[in-house]
Design a protein around this ligand. Structure first.
Ligand code: ATP
Ligand code: MG
Ligand code: MG
Ligand code: MG
Length: 435
């Protein structure tokens, strides 16, 4: 929705009052959840509808309800209205009233949540507002009752309606001042396509929907591990599936693996997928086979994946090759570091080891975290980040020195101070003969 920001702020007049979209999303902070919860991917597609000063709360609520609950043969998704639970922002009486009085949701299925869940902003000064979410009750086999406020796996969130009406200022987290009203009241919603598919296809988790299950199947074929046999291998299979989808979508959009920014996001995700395939028992390269399945599943919606297949494969295979070259040696280094740490009576792997693994052996930090955790250790992430920062600063200083032609002469000065003045005798004397 970032391109719409100037419309929300009233800086640019939108060429239309309403819009709908499907956004490709990559959410790296959710990486730890992947495969463990049933509903988080690092890649997902978010369907949305937008109003720029056109319909507002009541309009958005009615549209969402209609789409979700209208029977399938009449063009809706046919969800059972009794299974839908609503959350509203803690003091949004108006939203609660609309859900109850206009739509008819019983009050006991409407819950109020605080800023963390139900007040939305872009993470920077700009538009913001309270939101209201629609959640689907998947039934007692997913745990205790009590609504989304107490069990977000059973009552899975599918759609977030944001009532974008205020402008926020600077401040950390959710601690920012509201500067005032936006020039118009707007709507921005996000409906998770894979989560909706999970419900409509009647599968237990997001990785088992049709377009993802084919990747799980390929991974089981390549490793001989059966899906459903054990919790640990199931998590690995889901991690592989999610991460390969994300990798293909990122490379398709022009990202290449690297050590900074977007490139590093891709590298982390790809390497984690490859390593999980090893955990499952794969010994050779696996990326090409997995990519082919992802492209087969996603190519119809994103034809650029098909036309760009060769480039995508080339980028991915190069990354797999590079990683497989260092994976074994890096794993040995990590194992030694883990034993040393344990022998010293500590449970925290030192930051310099994580840095060495990153710098010399191409182990992104998530991988080190995951591998250390498997052996019962945490990692001194702060120490790791400090070393990373120091390295970046050194690189910056070097680049600056190259640009200005002024290298840091400190080291030479130190030697000169130690050795004292010297005479150059190279014109008259040489040591040995050159050939
Ligand atoms: P949750 O509380 O389940 O983590 P969220 O509140 O972080 O979800 P939003 O930021 O409100 O999610 O995003 C809008 C919609 O996008 C969600 O209602 C959900 O359907 C979908 N969504 C969000 N994160 C993910 C994810 N990691 N994988 C799949 N779908 C997601
Ligand atoms: Mg979330
Ligand atoms: Mg949420
Ligand atoms: Mg949400």
């Amino acid at each position: 929705m970032v391109p719409f920001k100037p419309y929300f702020l009233g800086e640019v007049k939108p060429p239309f009052d309403r819009a709908t979209s499907v956004q490709k999303c990559v959410r790296t902070p959710d990486i730890e959840e992947v495969g463990k919860t049933t509903r988080h991917g690092t890649f997902f597609q978010m369907c949305g509808n937008f109003s720029f000063g056109d319909y507002f709360k009541e309009g958005a609520v009615k549209l969402a309800w209609e789409l979700l609950t209208t029977p399938q043969d009449k063009g809706g998704y046919g969800l059972d209205p009794e299974r839908l639970w609503i959350t509203v922002y803690q003091d949004d009486d108006e939203a609660e009233r609309i859900w109850h009085e206009v739509v008819g949701v019983p009050r006991e299925r409407i819950q109020r949540l605080g800023k963390k869940d139900n007040f939305w902003d872009m993470g920077v000064p700009g538009p913001c507002g309270p939101c209201s979410e629609i959640n689907y009750d998947r039934g007692p086999e997913f745990g205790a009752e009590g609504g989304p406020a107490v069990n977000d796996e059973r009552y899975v969130e599918i759609w977030n309606l944001v009532f974008m009406q205020y402008e926020r200022g600077e401040g950390p987290g959710k601690d920012y001042p509201i500067l005032g009203d936006l020039p118009s009241k707007n709507i921005d919603t996000g409906l998770g396509l894979e989560r909706l598919a999970m419900i409509l296809q009647g599968v237990r988790n997001m990785y088992e929907i049709d377009t993802s299950m084919a990747v799980i199947d390929k991974a089981t074929e390549l490793t001989g591990v059966r899906y459903g046999d054990a919790q640990a291998s199931d998590v690995s299979l889901r991690v592989v599936t999610d991460h390969m989808r994300t990798s293909v979508m990122l490379i398709g959009d022009g990202v290449t693996p690297g050590n900074e920014g977007r490139g590093y996001v891709l590298r982390r995700i790809m390497r984690r997928a490859i390593r999980n395939m090893r955990l499952l028992g794969a010994t050779g390269p696996v990326v090409k086979d997995l990519i082919d399945v992802v492209i087969g599943m996603m190519g119809q919606q994103y034809p650029e994946l098909i036309t760009d297949r060769e480039r995508i494969e080339k980028v991915a295979l190069a990354e797999e090759n590079a990683f497989l070259k260092t994976l074994k040696a890096g794993t040995n280094i990590l194992d030694t570091a883990v034993s040393d740490t344990k022998a010293a009576g500590s449970t925290v792997l030192p930051g310099d080891k994580a840095f060495l693994l990153h710098d010399t052996w191409g182990f992104p930090i998530d991988l080190t975290l995951e591998m250390a955790a498997e052996q019962g250790l945490s990692v001194d992430e702060e120490g790791f980040r400090r070393l990373m920062k120091e390295q970046r600063e050194r690189a910056k200083a070097d680049a600056q020195a190259k640009k200005t032609g002024h290298a840091d002469l400190g080291a030479y000065r130190e030697i000169a101070d130690r050795a004292g003045a010297t005479d150059f005798i190279g014109y008259t004397d040489t040591e040995g003969e050159s050939t």
